[in-house]
Design a protein. Structure first.
Length: 105
């Protein structure tokens, strides 16, 4: 799990050669706490096809604003520098994987 912020988002996420799943979250957000274990499992079980990052919206306000993140948790998949999938809410692991699978090589 890679923690990103406004200063390293471009380098870590947008410039990545692999797809990147970004968890937009905040410490005070209970639904964010509910989805965190699923995101952590996805990161651990990932076979290297994509990266998993977390961006605390309180520390990454500029990036969250750039991508129109209005509700958290929001999970977004970035591929080739573009946001290609967005999931809002505390989704189960299977639903997250189902949404990102079509975008993986």
């Amino acid at each position: 799990m890679i923690h990103v912020n406004d200063s390293n988002f471009k380098e870590t996420v947008l410039d990545s050669h692999k797809p990147v799943l970004v968890d937009f979250w905040a410490e005070w957000c209970m639904p964010c706490q509910m989805v965190a274990p699923a995101v952590e499992e996805i990161a651990k079980e990932n076979d290297g096809n994509f990266k998993v990052c977390k961006l605390n919206v309180d520390e990454g306000r500029e990036t969250a604003g750039t991508y129109g993140i209005m509700s958290i948790p929001t999970l977004a998949l970035f591929k080739n520098g573009n946001m290609v999938e967005v999931m809002v809410g505390a989704l189960p692991k299977e639903s997250i994987l189902e949404k990102i699978k079509p975008h993986l090589n």
